[in-house]
Ligand binder design. Structure first.
Ligand code: MN
Length: 232
């Protein structure tokens, strides 16, 4: 037996609402521009050909309710309120029925973003890692099991900064439905339990500063919160 020269790290464990069990997060996929009004505010258009993605490390996970420092390397840190989908079964080259059957649960999520670093990436045709794979930027609230949530319809999705509403839409405004996203992504990855997909943000994204309190919700799910303190 060989042993790791440094202490082994463990993957994050996401709480499950109403349960003592947890859900281990292994990979975090994020969908780009999945709400028409947000695509427009970012100066782009929705691509109806296929959904597209970026990723965050599982080590970018931050539990809802945390207080974290404003991150280094940005002066334009943005909130993005999103529906997260957690898989509970393998899917590879799956159709939409396979995709639907593989959903374990849903959660409120924040895809916190260094918008200035993301823009650098766009300007120079470079990857978005510094903009998106930010420590503490994958904020997740406890999971609600799919059978307890029911069907995705016109549930309200919203975000407030210091109590003032900044994002407001419904899940029916998503361009790509959850089954379409999972089915499409499964043509590229052997999806399995531990894979979490952030399904994109509605319009109204914007900057936050140290001292701000971000809260958000999706009807039928546990709410989400994040507080920012001064940079380290
Ligand atoms: Mn996003």
């Amino acid at each position: 037996m060989s042993a790791s020269v440094f202490p082994a790290k463990s993957l994050p464990e996401l709480p499950i609402s109403g349960s003592t069990s947890t859900y281990q997060v292994a990979r975090i996929f994020c969908v780009g521009r999945n709400y028409v009004a947000h695509a427009k505010e970012m100066g782009g258009e929705v691509d109806r050909e296929a959904p597209w993605y970026f990723t965050k490390s599982a080590f970018a996970y931050c539990p809802s309710g945390s207080t974290v420092p404003y991150p280094p390397g940005t002066s334009n840190y943005h909130h993005e309120m999103e529906l997260a989908v957690a898989l509970g079964a393998p899917v590879f080259k799956g159709d939409e029925d396979d995709a639907k059957a593989a959903v374990f649960g849903y959660a409120c999520a924040l895809d916190m973003t260094r918008r200035d670093r993301q823009q650098d990436g766009k300007d120079h045709r470079r990857p978005w890692s510094l903009g998106k794979d930010v420590e503490n930027s994958a904020v997740l609230a406890p999971l609600t099991r799919a059978e307890d949530f029911g069907k995705i319809g016109d549930q309200r999705i919203h975000l407030q900064v210091n109590g003032e509403t900044r994002q407001e839409a419904t899940l029916a405004d998503m361009v790509w439905r959850v089954e379409e996203i999972i089915s499409h992504l499964s043509r590229y990855y052997h999806l399995s339990p531990g894979d979490v997909i952030l399904t994109g943000t509605p319009a109204g994204v914007g900057p936050v500063v140290a001292g701000d309190v971000i809260t958000g919700g999706i009807a039928g799910l546990d709410p989400i919160a994040l507080s920012l303190t001064d940079p380290e």
